[in-house]
Design a protein around this ligand. Structure first.
Ligand SMILES: NC(=O)c1ccc[n+]([C@@H]2O[C@H](COP(=O)([O-])OP(=O)(O)OC[C@H]3O[C@@H](n4cnc5c(N)ncnc54)[C@H](OP(=O)(O)O)[C@@H]3O)[C@@H](O)[C@H]2O)c1
Length: 294
């Protein structure tokens, strides 16, 4: 098959998820040998079955990307049996509801009324149970979100980036977010860590340039996945209040689909298309960032 990734080893973390399953299947259809990484074997098996149905090649390597020893084990096994990793997609990431206040803005118990008597309650906030403010959230949950979304990218990048450098080059693709640019309400550690991804992408790009390893990121707009469905949609498939706010700020008037990322992902991985591109974060967002919503 005549494609930039034909017969090349591609490691996809978060491969059982909404966005990276589609990316893994697309790369396998292009002839890549795809390593599916995630914590839940069953999710990876579904993607593996889709790849097999498309006559692609993949292997399942369950593991936690924040566990350096586990990722190193995967790297050793894959290199011994398939050769060095040429492309790495750092898709594993996520949030934790325990790290999210249920209130949008400061409204801590009686302090809210004392400090802000005029407009203590945001209209959307009224719809949320007012049981947990920022000052009540669990710091261990906060730290876990920082860890998966930052070290969960750094650890595979160190391990597979070194493999790429030794083999003569490669490309790494990270996952940023609209939170990279401005924090959305209620998701502080997720937003912090996605801002860090853009910074890390630039750091690692300049560091790895002499090794012919390019490092870039995509920043998806709002794409419904299992987790976000609950807060963007109503049970009957309509828009929740938050979903309506997102749509109001999305000039293209729809949520994104995993397939909307494929052109950008392939461009950033393919040396023949983006050989001089490194260290950038590309929004794929239906215009969300360009819209002030007014
Ligand atoms: N969907 C969106 O609108 C959107 C927007 C902007 C950015 N993003 C980012 O895009 C990436 C993919 O998002 P998605 O929508 O496809 O999310 P998703 O459907 O939740 O998939 C994420 C995958 O990451 C895996 N994962 C989580 N923690 C992991 C860990 N410690 N080690 C290994 N795997 C882990 C999860 O599988 P296990 O739980 O089985 O491990 C899950 O399958 C994420 O980085 C996300 O933050 C998504």
């Amino acid at each position: 098959m005549n494609s930039y990734c034909n017969d090349k080893v591609v490691v996809v973390t978060g491969a059982g998820g909404t966005l990276c399953s589609a990316i893994a299947i697309d790369l396998a259809k292009k002839g890549a040998k795809v390593v599916l990484v995630g914590r839940t074997r069953e999710k990876l098996e579904k993607v593996s079955a889709a790849i097999a149905a498309a006559k692609g090649v993949c292997r399942i390597e369950p593991g936690d990307v924040t566990d350096e020893a586990a990722v190193a084990d995967i790297a050793v096994r894959v290199e011994a049996e398939w050769g060095p990793c040429r492309f790495l997609i750092n898709g594993a990431g996520g949030n934790n509801v325990k790290a999210m206040p249920t209130r949008l803005r400061f409204c801590e118990k009686d302090l809210c009324v004392k400090n802000n008597p005029v407009n203590p309650v945001n209209p959307v906030q009224k719809e949320l149970p007012a049981d947990r403010g920022f000052f009540d959230i669990d710091m261990e949950a906060f730290k876990s979100v920082l860890e998966i979304n930052t070290l969960g990218t750094v650890i595979p990048s160190r391990i597979f980036g070194l493999q790429m450098a030794k083999a003569g080059g490669g490309a790494i693709l990270n996952f940023a977010s609209m939170n990279t640019y401005r924090p959305l309400t209620r998701v502080a550690p997720y937003a912090m860590s996605k801002a860090a991804i853009a910074n890390w992408t630039m750091f690692f790009a300049q560091y790895m340039a002499p090794a012919k390893v390019r490092v870039n990121a995509v920043a998806p707009g709002f794409m419904v996945n299992e987790r976000s469905r609950a807060y963007l949609m109503t049970p009957d498939g309509g828009l929740s209040a938050r979903g309506e706010q997102v749509m109001h700020h999305t000039p293209m008037g729809r949520f994104g689909e995993a397939e909307d990322l494929l052109g950008c992902v392939n461009w950033l991985l393919d040396d023949s298309a983006s050989a001089f591109v490194t260290g950038i974060t590309v929004p794929v967002d239906g215009g969300f960032l360009s819209s002030a919503g007014v």
